[in-house]
Design a protein around this ligand. Structure first.
Ligand code: AMP
Ligand code: MG
Length: 481
């Protein structure tokens, strides 16, 4: 390793120490005429990659010329997709390395859309530039909304053509995450590894993500409890801002609790728990309101993979894990109500407040109110944006709520951190992406800028966002392969 590279990277490849059936060494495919569209300097600085030159950025993140410290592997995993078990793996991604950031946090650096791998099945291993730009935008939006998420370091466009429902240019995204270990990785380990290998794997995951429990007498159980808590926190955060992930298959659920896999995700505008935009989610399995139930379902799958590791007695292990699962509904509900109370500025809550939350949601659903705008309007507490006051039921509710708040300045402060005034509205995202296809990045850049300050209530032109009437009725999102 040259002195120069050492300074630019601080890498490790700890995944290679795991049983070899968990990955395959795989180089990225050649990328023709790579062009760097975006480089996320904020993220580069955070992870300690800010000193790469323009040509190094282009070489490495196109996959054309890796650094000597990159080992390039595709990871094996399985997963339940729409309820059905499948053997999967990185079919279009390679993990270049783990980068140790200046603050000592370990990040995976992965190229997505890097070409075929042994896990590609029938796919071409590639991604369209539009899906890459969509992921860059949506993951940045989630980051600025203060929601745990993978982020994107670089967007590379190639002149190579990709055939989907239309012809697109090829894109490669550099994804940065705490790790790409998924619920589905545990499913793979359970199915294909020996007990010794399973133990090596869980020890690795605990050391990497939950070192605080590595000396516990019941590390596997504690691991499960921590993963459950992280999932609850994450999904409650999604519910806070109206985010619909769209494809909550177990292979897309991250063990460190980040939002990952921005395929068909979207934001709900009009409040309706049944909202689902994904073109393949015909039964609305992954609708906005189903997300808590699916989290429970996914955690059950993860729990099953841990049974051999919890105790030597299978029945005993099942009983222990069932007791933990039984706590989920209460843990989730409490967490969700606490989030809702914060959205309404309620500092010390009592049981009556639950009724206040429920009745607001009922009114929002009945009158088809915009989810984020309703909370933003309450936060602004400005009669000029209180168009809802035309609705008598809402007016009465607001009076009850106002009477309930005892310290309004403290409440308002809390609300401003919970209720975004800006989200990447579906019509804006689609319009911006459509324009990029024609080479016009003005809207896309404006949107990137807009979503970087989602809680900025201080601007003089602070207005509620509007959605064209009926836009969402026919809006469909795609897995973006
Ligand atoms: P996703 O829907 O993005 O979570 O992908 C599900 C599985 O399909 C993962 O194993 C992916 O690696 C794989 N996959 C998605 N798109 C492609 C593609 N174009 N070529 C090969 N594999 C793919
Ligand atoms: Mg996936």
């Amino acid at each position: 390793m040259s002195k120069n590279i050492k300074k630019k990277w601080n890498t490790d490849n700890s995944y290679l120490e795991l049983p070899s059936k968990l990955y395959t060494k795989q180089l990225p495919e050649k990328c023709f005429n790579p062009k760097l569209l975006y480089y996320n300097y904020d993220l580069a600085k955070r992870i300690g990659c800010e000193s790469l030159s323009k040509s190094e950025i282009l070489d490495i993140f196109s996959g054309n010329k890796l650094s000597k410290s990159h080992t390039s592997i595709s990871q094996a995993y399985a997963g339940h997709q729409f309820g059905h078990f499948n053997i999967l793996g990185d079919g279009r991604a390679v993990l270049l390395c783990e980068q140790i950031a200046p603050d000592n946090i370990r990040y995976d650096i992965q190229l997505k859309g890097s070409g075929q791998t042994p896990y590609s099945r029938r796919g071409d291993g590639k991604a369209t530039i539009t899906s890459v730009l969509r992921e860059y935008l949506m993951s940045e939006a989630m980051f600025y909304l203060n929601i745990p998420t993978t982020r994107s370091l670089a967007v590379i466009e190639s002149s190579e053509k990709i055939f989907r429902e239309k012809v697109f240019n090829r894109g490669i995204l550099t994804r940065v995450s705490l790790s790409h270990i998924r619920f589905g990785t545990f499913e793979f380990v359970r199915k294909f590894c020996t007990k010794d290998e399973m133990e090596i794997f869980i020890k690795y995951v605990i050391n990497r993500h939950f070192p605080q429990i590595s000396n516990s007498c019941t590390p596997v159980l504690n691991f499960f409890e921590l993963v459950m808590q992280k999932q609850v926190d994450l999904i409650v955060d999604w519910m806070r801002v109206g985010f619909i992930h769209g494809v909550m298959n177990t292979d897309n659920m991250s063990i460190p609790g980040e939002t990952i896999d921005y395929g068909p995700c979207a934001f709900m505008n009009i409040y309706n728990p049944d909202t689902a935009f994904s073109s393949i989610d015909v039964n609305r399995r992954y609708s906005f309101g189903n997300q808590p139930k699916i989290t429970f379902w996914n955690l059950n799958i993860l729990a099953n993979t841990l049974i051999p590791l919890i105790s030597n007695n299978e029945e005993n292990s099942k009983k222990i894990i069932r007791e933990r699962m039984d706590k989920f509904p209460t843990i989730f509900k409490n967490s969700w109500y606490n989030m809702m109370f914060k959205k309404l500025g309620i500092i010390s809550s009592d049981n009556e407040d639950k009724i206040l939350v429920k009745s607001l949601l009922r009114i929002m659903e009945k009158y088809k109110l915009d989810y984020n705008n309703t909370f933003a309007a309450l936060t602004m507490d400005n009669s000029s944006v209180d168009f809802f006051l035309k609705i008598n039921e809402f007016k009465n509710w607001k009076e009850r709520w106002k009477n309930r708040l005892n310290n309004s300045s403290k409440s308002l402060k809390s609300m401003k951190k919970q209720n975004p005034i800006i989200i990447p509205r579906n019509h804006l995202v689609e319009e911006a992406l459509e324009n990029t296809i024609n080479g016009d990045f003005t809207n896309y850049n404006n949107l990137l800028n807009l979503i970087s300050k989602p809680y900025d209530y201080n601007k003089s032109d602070c207005n509620l966002q509007t959605t064209p009437k009926g836009f969402d009725d026919s809006y469909r999102t795609f897995c973006g392969t």
